[in-house]
Design a protein around this ligand. Structure first.
Ligand SMILES: [Zn+2]
Length: 712
């Protein structure tokens, strides 16, 4: 008889002992628990924002794995020990050590299935199929005298570990995909199949002469880790991260961040990361938003076009329509060659990506259309579980016994934005990039992570789940409630500053700081009863429109500028820095000479802002101009004029309109000249009513506006 070239391994020896059977049973318990655990992770990975979870999430996931393994082990090992005393033949013991753990795991699955409504598809179908496969394989290999059950179980375990690693890593590499979670889940299942098949082949081919257990374990582990390790290594293998040729842009816009609270602007809230980047670049002390709320402000910022004119005397519904209908006015957002700036630089070879946590932005098509990668994070409706986030089925089971396990919370959108930013910066690329990150914090609801709160903050009047507070509720606020609101807002600022710090650290770590322009800005501020009200969107006092603007990067001379500038200047400045020149349709100025320190002459230029339909206080539409030290606010319906000297009266408490009529006349002249430059006027909007071209109401958009308190 010819000697076989390949030696079959691990033939169960006759008289195989009791302990060997116990090892088999233990390994199979672990493999069965691994199958449950993996199915749980797959389910949790279907979340489109899935990025693997925090350390705390993984600690809870490990507890869940321990729970599955513990239950299966306790229930199956006890009868194994008893029965194996009665069953003498080794084969009988071996069969027992396989069948008992798998049967108990099947029982656990059956219990979960019968007590849980709507078990997720993969858990319902996947777990029993995987358990039967494990049982089949183990029995088959055992009967063919190829492998001990413990060895088969370890192949399964290594395959599962490799699949979990693949899932995590592919969530990172697919970060801009629409359904990132599904891709992560799918790729991990494919890799589970590949690595387990490979593991079995290794098992079959292991030559007897070698130290078998070593060869087997090492080669299977290498196989399991191969694909995820390659994915992780790819960014570090790319050579051209900072070759000096690429000029990149990182634009960070922070929603609702008033300048005067930040320590970078002399405020009391520590913002060490803003301070650090400001010390390396140019910080504009007097930067004004284009409107006191998100939609008009960001639209103007991203297009360098002023928000369209407002119609005096219009109903509040009409005004709301005017301010929400930018996307219907193609002339407003298309440049004369018909493409946005972001599309244009995409065509020039830039990798462009935008991630935004304010849900109203996804409805502003011209803002996001030009980005190759875009992700809207719905910070008002997307929820996540508080406990056992990565093991949804076990959480459902436990919630039947303790309601605390059913608790959910709004997702932490700032964490999601930061995660996206970090992963984008770490990805390999040969092209320059433009990355826009929009943080929703510190916008309401004020719900900062615990570590940023100052002790226990009582916040009775305003649930952390809602951006809204009725006027009745607001009227009942005590001074302590108002102080609590401020304290929470401050905590949110500290949190966002921390997120920005992590992003800037990653930028430096990747060596991109020497080739990247960093721009940090906000779209508007927030009033805390300085002028008797709370929130934003209805007034033009500094607390609502004076917001941070910081530029830092190569070629920028550190300094602090006191000239009034506007968000209208941001796009021209970025384009100028990248060497793309200016566009005739832009209304802003390139601040490049100021940044480079080559032009120290003051800009001597007025800055403007306009808007207001905020339903809460039902204000009339207003316009604002800041020229030198003076600010004029004009009501378009009442024609009321308020003039403030910001150098003498930074709190804007004394209206000088009557005592300085010449200044009022001069500033009104500036406003009149400015309004003549609007790219589109909503005077026509009135005639849309009833016409075929009237903007169709967008239910989802209206809902997003309502959630944020921008509509009734
Ligand atoms: Zn905003």
């Amino acid at each position: 008889v010819p000697k076989p070239v390949v030696e079959m391994i691990d033939k169960p020896k006759s008289g195989s002992n009791w302990a060997s059977g116990l090892l088999n049973a233990l390994m199979l318990c672990a493999a069965c628990a691994g199958i449950f655990f993996y199915a749980e992770l797959i389910e949790s990975a279907h979340d489109p924002y899935w990025a693997g979870g925090t350390v705390d999430d993984w600690i809870e996931a490990a507890q869940a794995l321990g729970l599955y393994a513990g239950v299966i082990a306790v229930v199956s090992l006890l009868p194994y020990c008893l029965l194996s005393l009665l069953i003498k033949p080794a084969t009988g013991r071996a069969v027992l050590s396989v069948v008992l753990p798998v049967a108990v795991a099947g029982g656990v699955w059956f219990l979960i299935d019968s007590t849980t409504e709507e078990l997720p598809f993969l858990f319902k179908r996947g777990v029993p199929v995987a358990l039967l496969t494990l049982l089949g394989l183990t029995t088959l290999l055992g009967v063919a005298r190829i492998a001990k059950p413990a060895v088969t179980a370890s192949v399964a375990l290594l395959g599962i570990v490799g699949a979990i690693a693949t899932m995590y890593v592919s969530a990172i590499t697919n970060l801009m995909a629409d359904d990132r979670g599904s891709q992560a889940a799918l790729s991990s299942m494919v890799w589970l199949g590949v690595s387990m098949t490979g593991g079995l082949v290794i098992l079959l081919l292991t030559v007897k002469a070698w130290p078998r257990w070593f060869v087997r374990v090492v080669s299977m582990a290498v196989l399991a880790a191969l694909y995820p390790a390659a994915l992780i290594a790819a960014p570090y293998a790319s050579a051209s991260l900072n070759d000096g040729e690429h000029k990149n842009v990182l634009l960070i816009s922070v929603d609702t961040l008033r300048a005067d609270y930040c320590s970078a602007y002399g405020g009391s809230v520590p913002t060490p990361n803003l301070e650090a980047i400001a010390s390396e670049g140019v910080i504009f002390e007097r930067h004004y938003a284009l409107a006191p709320w998100t939609v008009p402000s960001l639209n103007g910022l991203m297009t360098s076009k002023y928000p369209p004119g407002l119609t005096p005397g219009a109903s509040s519904e009409q005004r709301a329509l005017e301010e929400r209908s930018y996307q219907k006015i193609a002339a407003y957002w298309e440049l004369n060659d018909g493409v946005t700036y972001f599309k244009k630089i995409g065509n020039l070879g830039y990798e462009t990506a935008g991630v935004y946590a304010n849900p109203t932005i996804q409805f502003q098509e011209w803002l996001t259309e030009g980005f190759q990668g875009r992700q809207s994070i719905d910070s008002t409706t997307a929820r996540e579980p508080v406990r056992f986030k990565l093991t949804p089925v076990l959480r459902t089971v436990l919630a039947d016994y303790r309601p605390a396990f059913a608790e959910t919370r709004l997702i932490d959108s700032s964490a999601a934005v930061t995660e996206f930013g970090l992963k984008f910066l770490r990805q390999p690329r040969d092209a320059p990039f433009f990355l826009w990150l929009h943080f929703m914090d510190p916008h309401t609801p004020y719900d900062p992570p615990d570590r940023f709160r100052k002790g226990e903050t009582p916040w009775r009047a305003f649930p952390p789940e809602s951006a809204l507070l009725s006027q009745d509720e607001e009227g009942q606020l005590s001074d302590a409630d108002k102080a609590a609101a401020r304290s929470l807002y401050e905590a949110e600022i500290r949190y966002v500053d921390d997120c920005i710090g992590r992003l800037l650290f990653a930028l430096r770590q990747r060596g991109l700081d020497t080739s990247t322009l960093v721009c940090i800005v906000s779209d508007h501020g927030e009033e805390f009863w300085e002028h008797g009200k709370w929130g934003h969107g209805y007034e033009f006092y500094d607390e609502q429109v004076r917001v941070p603007l910081i530029f830092a990067g190569p070629g920028i001379m550190p300094s602090r500028m006191y000239e009034p500038v506007s968000s209208i200047d941001i796009l021209p400045t970025i384009s100028g820095w990248l060497g793309h020149g200016q566009n005739d349709e832009w209304h802003g100025s390139d601040l490049g000479p100021l940044l480079a320190g080559t032009d120290s002459a003051p800009l001597q230029r007025p800055v403007y802002s306009q808007a207001a339909h905020y339903f809460r206080y039902d204000p009339e539409p207003m316009r604002m101009v800041v020229d030198g030290n003076y600010k004029l606010i004009v009501g378009l319906e009442s024609e009321q004029r308020r003039l403030f000297d910001l150098s003498d009266d930074p709190g804007e408490t004394t209206n000088l309109a009557d005592s300085l009529p010449d200044v009022v006349t001069r500033l009104q002249g500036l406003i009149d000249a400015w309004t003549a430059t609007f790219p589109a006027d909503f005077d026509d909007a009135a005639s849309w009513q009833g016409e075929a071209s009237a903007p169709a109401p967008d239910e989802d958009y209206e809902e997003a506006l309502r959630a944020l308190g921008y509509a009734e």
